[in-house]
Design a protein around this ligand. Structure first.
Ligand code: MLT
Length: 408
């Protein structure tokens, strides 16, 4: 008998962005003439920056010659990239991270999902709500989530609501979780946590023996000085936090695929007999067993982003998207809608008008204005009544979209 993982059967029919794509596909089939503007999934539109392109071309040339060919690389990443990360992403911020604490991967999505492999099946997890759906769905797959309730919440997950009412700043959990996913700057709300707020979470985690799974895929978009780029800027965080980073949104690597995870050696858990176990070793064991490393070509491309020219080009791309974000934020606020985000992140999170549901607003924008965004409820129950615009479109498309809705 072919026995399937029953947990998968508990999941809603499709992943959020697949559902959005399905609905948009159906609409464009029925209206082939429609000029749809896509501001849904956070997929970049600018091409790769010249420094990464040159490095990847050179890497391909190396692979064409017997004497410079590379086969399997180190499963946890080449040192040339890990050294650049340790120096630039951490050292320059006064944080010391050792090379064997850095694990190169094929993007943050994989590892934020896979990290559950090294946690016990009965770990109780907490998420901010709304939330990047990968954190919840992968825990459903692992059997940690319980059952889906009418409210849209999973019975065994602790939800930490973020809404206009609390200024999108989650409160510390009332119940005791074993692990908490935090994504800051936040996807989907585009809000960020100040140093003081993040310190509160780290101190809570230390006192209560909780693991923080910190997704900082959007850190490069931070524009204010009070928002930490890494959780390790907060004293004590290495004892309680794993950090996920990505080049997808920073350098247009959504198609190339490269990112990394930091698992500090100070981070310890316990097995069922109470023995102390280092999470770094467990994650290494997991990665070397299930992953053969990101490609040499993409790692060379990523390393080039840390050159002087690479840094300059990345900064220009980020400015381009953040100018889009500013335009979106100003336009929707000009329409009298409540909105946040767009300052430290490339997402603008809007309260839907007149009590419309998220999907009603999605349909309205698609059918009347041929604009695609993401319905807030797709990110969790507290996202109902909200809508997310991504700033990753082209300048022209963003201007056109804002122009289309000006009389909404
Ligand atoms: C999003 O739109 O939320 C992201 O692009 C999804 C992802 O990074 O996987």
């Amino acid at each position: 008998m072919i026995k399937v993982n029953d947990n998968f059967c508990k999941l809603p029919g499709s992943y959020l962005f697949s559902e959005v794509a399905r609905r948009v596909g159906a609409y464009s089939e029925a209206h082939p003439e429609a000029k749809i503007i896509r501001m849904g999934i956070g997929d970049v539109t600018l091409p790769l920056c010249p420094s990464a392109i040159a490095a990847m071309h050179a890497a391909i040339d190396e692979l064409t010659r017997r004497d410079t060919f590379h086969g399997y690389g180190p499963e946890t990443g080449y040192d040339f990239l890990r050294e650049a990360i340790a120096k630039n992403d951490y050292g320059l911020r006064g944080v010391s991270i050792e090379l064997d604490e850095i694990f190169i991967n094929d993007g943050a999505k994989s590892d934020t999902g896979n990290i559950g492999d090294i946690l016990s099946h009965d770990c109780r997890i907490a998420v901010t709500d709304p939330v990047y759906p990968v954190y919840v769905d992968t825990n459903v797959m692992a059997g940690r989530a319980g059952n889906l309730e009418k409210s849209g919440c999973w019975s065994n997950i602790i939800y930490l609501p973020c809404s206009i009412e609390n200024g999108f700043v989650p409160s510390l959990p009332q119940e005791h979780p074993d692990a908490i996913y935090l994504c800051y700057p936040n996807n989907p709300t585009g809000t960020s946590l100040s140093r003081k707020e993040l310190t509160k979470w780290v101190e809570y985690a230390i006192t209560n023996n909780v693991l923080l799974l910190f997704d900082s895929a959007y850190e490069a978009y931070i524009t204010d000085g009070d928002t930490p780029h890494s959780i390790y800027e907060i004293p004590g965080a290495k004892k309680v936090a794993i950090e996920f980073r990505s080049y997808s949104k920073t350098a247009g690597f959504t198609g190339v695929r490269c990112g990394y995870t930091v698992v500090p050696k100070e981070l310890e858990g316990r097995d069922r007999d109470g023995n102390v176990i280092g999470l770094n070793g467990l994650w290494r064991r997991r990665q070397t067993t299930k992953f053969n490393g990101a490609s040499y070509i993409s790692q060379r491309g990523a390393a080039a982003l840390y050159s002087d020219s690479g840094k300059k080009e990345v900064a220009e791309n980020i400015k381009y998207y953040m100018d889009n974000a500013k335009m979106i934020l100003n336009s929707v606020m000009g329409l009298g809608l409540q909105a946040v985000g767009g300052v430290n992140a490339p997402y603008v999170w809007v309260k839907t008008p007149d009590g419309m549901s998220s999907w009603e607003f999605f349909d309205l924008l698609l059918e009347k204005f041929q604009i695609v965004g993401t319905p807030g409820v797709g990110f969790g129950p507290s996202g109902e009544g909200y809508f997310r615009f991504s700033a990753f479109s082209t300048r022209e498309a963003t201007m056109q979209a804002m122009n289309r809705i000006k009389n909404i």
